[in-house]
Design a protein around this ligand. Structure first.
Ligand code: TPP
Length: 577
């Protein structure tokens, strides 16, 4: 049957199982939008193309499927760039479709022409310009295959307007092209032997679990391995959910604002087993002093990550599904009693320094807000963070069980990610309670999407942690730049009235009891809702602790000054995250 390029786009999206796309139309992509209705695919009209990419990314992260963003040529396409880079850094599979000027004027600086494939070359897993309609169907098939296979990532398809309009005989591609099909690497048997030998010989092993564990669906194998070999497990920010947070072998999140027990364990370990993680500098602290006593086994599906930052003793370029199954099968059972006792003692000492162990004062400490959301939702909400202190507090105090996704921009640290990514997550999990935890700075980079929430009637709960400043940068200025507050204090609008202007119900809370009431009221609202929490801009409570200063060793953490250590709150807080 003959079809236009535009019709082929929707036909192929349907065949890929796409239910929803996020975008904004324009002259360069108008032909493609025209036959959209016949496809039955839902289009979400966001208010900025960056949000389209973040929403597609949020959808992908929360559903495990490929997210789709659409933009027009020129400024529409370039507005996608930050969202694409965000997805690339965090291995999120999205396909972006951009309009382009017609092939006859390509390269002439035609109206709204931008070389988007050139611009996105370093931040996409792959990109295409389709100049011949005969290639279109196969290109879309390949784009989805490349986005989701191996280490997932963003793929961009640039579509000149004449290709969108042209007609051809539509033939369904039977399978992706050979170059798009890369078989998963199998673990090298010698490397596996050496890995198992190191595991069997170790006395102080630690597993470092990253997003790769979640992407490969190997959390159950990790649990089996940890229990069989009595190996404690620390997770990266993006690995939250890879290991049950209430498990006695769980150490917590590692890194700059990680759990002190996790960082301490890494520095004391004699073996690190790194699974689907990439030794980001926020995770290692100073690489020269990183886990110097430990041998390192690194399993990753992306060969480029191995030996990139931390030299390994055993490199396993492999799919975790194969490698971890082998390690689980072949490693000898062990108990490591001394090591586990040491870490338990350490955990008890660390617990006393936790903010939740301090009685809340008149000021509302942000950790207590996150904890109140955690308690109210029984840890079963889909949580999407923005970037900054709000992100770190959410990561520290909202335990991710793995039943529901915990979404955060880790690699790029993109402010403005939270709200649009929550839109995508709500489409991926329509029956789940979605909380977007944002700061007042990042919220103002994305609040135009309040209109999208209303238009789509998405029941997203926005927890706005308002400290009237760019908190994380201000924290650094307090701690490392002599308290010189350069460009970090914000003059904010009245956020509750702003939300109301969009037709969104809003609450404001400034003490713990009011915060708990507001959370409970917000949970009863059927549509979108905003809760603004007023928190301190100054003083100890305004900082995220603990913290590894830049350039320091991972266990050289700065802790909050203990006010009244050891006051019980009824919940062993640090053990459950
Ligand atoms: C797009 C972007 N611009 C700048 C930064 C640098 N940055 C990191 S955290 C931060 C402060 C964030 O402030 P806010 O959103 O209010 O959150 P808070 O840290 O106060 O929780 C800034 C400016 C960034 N990460 N992303």
């Amino acid at each position: 049957m003959r079809k236009t390029g535009a019709q082929i786009v929707w036909e192929m999206l349907q065949r890929e199982g796409v239910e929803v796309v996020f975008g904004i139309p324009g002259g360069g992509i108008i032909h493609t939008y025209h036959p959209r209705q016949e496809s039955g695919i839902h289009h979400v009209l966001v208010r900025h193309e960056q949000s389209a990419a973040h929403a597609a990314d949020g959808y992908a992260r929360a559903s495990g499927r490929v997210g789709v963003a659409i933009a027009t040529s020129g400024p529409g396409a370039t507005n996608l760039v930050t969202g694409i880079a965000t997805a690339m850094m965090d291995s999120s599979p999205i396909v972006c479709i951009t309009g382009q000027v017609g092939t006859s004027v390509l390269g002439t600086d035609a109206f709204q022409e931008a070389d988007i494939t050139g611009i996105t070359l370093p931040i996409t897993k792959h990109n295409f310009v389709v100049t011949d309609i005969a290639d279109l169907a196969t290109t879309i098939r390949d784009a989805f295959e490349i986005a989701r296979s191996g280490r997932p990532g963003p793929v961009l398809i640039d579509l000149p307007s004449d290709v969108q309009q042209a007609e051809t005989e539509f033939v369904v591609p039977e399978k992706p092209s050979a170059y798009a099909l890369r078989p998963a690497p199998m673990p090298n048997p010698d490397a596996l032997d050496r890995a198992v030998e190191l595991i069997d010989r170790s006395h102080r092993p630690v597993v470092l679990a990253g997003r790769g564990v979640l992407l490969s669906g190997t959390a159950d194998k990790l649990l089996g391995f940890a229990e069989k070999t009595t190996t404690p497990v620390a997770v990266t920010l993006l690995g939250k959910g890879a290991f049950p947070p209430s498990h006695p072998l769980f150490l917590g999140m590692m890194g700059m604002h990680g759990h002190p027990t996790a960082n301490h364990a890494i520095q004391q370990a004699d073996l690190l087993i790194a699974l689907g993680m990439r030794f980001d500098d926020r995770v290692t602290g100073n690489p020269a002093s990183y886990a110097v006593q430990a041998r390192k086994i690194h399993v990753d599906i992306d060969e480029a990550e191995i030996d990139k930052v931390i030299p390994t003793d055993v490199a396993l370029h492999a799919d975790l599904r194969e490698a971890l199954a082998e390690m689980l099968d072949r490693a000898r059972p062990a108990s490591h009693d001394d090591w586990i006792d040491r870490l338990k003692a350490r955990r008890v000492a660390d617990q006393d320094r936790d903010t939740l162990q301090q009685p809340p004062t008149e000021d509302l400490p942000a950790p207590h807000i996150i904890d109140a959301i955690y308690q109210a939702t029984d840890g079963e909400a889909v949580v999407v963070t923005d970037v900054g202190q709000n992100q770190m507090w959410a990561a520290q105090y909202y335990a991710a069980t793995g039943h529901r996704p915990f979404l955060s921009s880790g690699g790029l640290g993109t402010m403005g990610f939270g709200l649009p990514a929550a839109i995508g997550a709500q489409f991926a999990c329509p029956n789940d309670e979605v909380w977007a935890i944002v700061g007042d700075g990042g919220f103002q980079m994305s609040l135009h999407e309040l209109a999208t929430l209303v238009q789509e009637q998405l029941p997203i709960r926005i927890a706005l942690i308002n400290n009237r400043c760019l908190g994380m940068v201000r924290q650094w200025q307090t701690m490392f730049y002599d308290g010189r507050y350069e460009a970090t204090d914000l003059l904010n609008p009245d956020f509750t009235r702003l939300a109301e202007a969009y037709g969104i119900g809003a609450y404001r809370a400034s003490g713990l009891a009011a915060a708990q009431d507001a959370i409970s009221a917000a949970r009863d609202v059927r549509g979108p809702v905003l809760v603004e929490f007023e928190v301190a801009r100054e003083g100890e409570l305004s900082h995220v602790y603990p913290m590894v200063p830049r350039g320091a060793a991972l266990d050289e953490m700065i802790h909050r000054t203990p006010v009244a250590a050891g006051i019980p709150t009824g919940r062993p807080s640090w053990t459950a995250r």
